[in-house]
Design a protein around this ligand. Sequence first.
Ligand SMILES: [Mg+2]
Length: 231
Amino acid sequence: MNIKVIAFDADDTLWVNEPYFQETEQKFCSLLEDYLPHHSVGQELFKTEMQNLSLYGYGVKGFMLSMVETALRVSNNTASLDVIEKAIGFGKDLLGRPIELLEGVEEVLRTLHGKYRLVVATKGDLLDQERKLKKSGIEHYFHHIEIMSDKQEADYKKLIKHLDIPADQFLMLGNSLKSDVLPVLAIGGHAFHIPYHTTWAHEKIEHHVDHPNFRQLESITEVISAIPVQV
Ligand SMILES: [Mg+2]
């Protein structure tokens, strides 16, 4: 292992994210209960999000537009403007949430800082992710912040090219096997999976990873013992 750059996924790896979205979704489902049962609204919202993903990309703004579209569809265009206003308000609340760092994150960054080049590699809205980083208090640990429109093999190739290193000097840490692990292993990088207790349906996959460049960790602090730190 000759790792030079360690890239961290942000949402649900550095800080809490998915629980906030789930809370918002619950509120949205309650808002539309007059039209459809709670659970069905959730399914309709997910369907809209998946249809819009290639148009809007990941992040809160696309999620807001999908809430509005879903409200109109499930109500047969009869939802009041008050409902639409509330849905937009839910999205704005999401954008204003405080940043809650996950346990062990600061300790890991402090330990690895200066020994490796640390970068953030995240999807989501540009402005929102920049805001979260600024508010997180950990921005200064990172050499580079990459806000990616997607996390496919081609996106990682671009990032590694930008970092000017061979793929086998790149280590990605993240909570999504689909986005943070499999594409990185496929292009010759290293990837460690750090599961979070809840995962967005879109990121969920059943996959057993068996690869020499892969490690399954229980928590982010295990990174410190999984790679050489005195370099
Ligand atoms: Mg994540």
